[in-house]
Design a protein. Structure first.
Length: 264
């Protein structure tokens, strides 16, 4: 059974959150380390997908006063507020690393299983696809799509749909995105718990289900479900001093740098 680092971080600002995720990708690519991380946001923050045009953020007036950060991954913009955000980083040697949609589905099936323990019957978006089996979780592979999203797609990620998304009552409540580096993969995503005033068109799971889910309890159940599906042991960890220094470098070079945020 392989051992993964488990990081459960306190609320941080957008640049720091995105920089830690990139650090985990670096560690997976350079040193073969695997990690699972859960985190939250210090204030409502709009994250743009890597390929999105910065000027499009002005289309979304509800988030006009929110800070903006650009993600390393693609997809639509996300208003991070009342949510659980997760990330996991796998080295190229991991059997799931090259299987894009299988990794999405494993993470999302694990979330569905965790939510079911609270009486929340979420589900995956349906699409007829070829199936495979990884551990105790059924995963599905679908044809790859272009990295760049079509111009006519909605600005917000949670107004888009993909076969691997998680839905409740017909509404999308969770989705993920990936970035790869020398075969290693970073996957991160959001589970929306509550509606944010900065994104009033996006309902959260609490709004839809009426069940007052507590993040700490759900993170615990989701961690166990993911660990069982992956056949791993998660060991609580924090960033080392050197890793924190590297995160600060990435914040300055990329995520708090207007040249990065407004690069498109």
């Amino acid at each position: 059974m392989s051992r993964w680092r488990l990081l459960v971080d306190p609320p941080q600002d957008g640049p720091w959150n995105m920089a830690v995720d990139e650090l985990l990708l670096e560690l997976a690519a350079d040193q073969g380390h695997s990690a699972l991380r859960f985190y939250s946001w210090r204030q409502p923050t709009l994250s743009l997908g890597y390929f999105q045009c910065y000027q499009q953020r002005h289309q979304h007036t509800a988030s006009a006063d929110c800070p903006v950060v650009r993600r390393l991954t693609g997809g639509g913009a996300i208003l991070h507020d009342q949510e659980i955000t997760y990330s996991m980083a796998l080295p190229a040697s991991h059997p799931l690393a090259p299987l894009r949609d299988s990794l999405y589905r494993l993470a999302h099936h694990s979330l569905v299983a965790a939510l079911g323990q609270f009486g929340v019957m979420a589900a995956m978006c349906d699409q007829p696809l070829s199936t495979a089996r990884v551990g105790a979780i059924k995963v599905v592979s679908s044809p790859s799509s272009d990295a760049q999203q079509q111009k006519k797609e909605p600005f917000l990620c949670f107004e888009r749909r993909a076969p691997t998304d998680v839905v409740y009552g017909g509404q999308k409540i969770a989705g993920s995105a990936q970035r790869r580096r020398r075969g290693a993969v970073l996957q991160h995503g959001s589970l929306i718990l509550g509606k944010s005033p900065a994104a009033p068109t996006i309902a959260g799971l609490r709004d839809l289900s009426g069940i007052p889910l507590e993040p700490e309890q759900l993170i615990n159940r989701w961690t166990h479900a993911l660990a069982a599906a992956l056949g791993i042991c998660c060991e609580p960890a924090v960033l080392t001093a050197d890793e924190s220094c590297r995160v600060a470098e990435l914040v300055a070079a990329r995520y708090a740098n207007p040249l990065w945020t407004e690069l498109r």
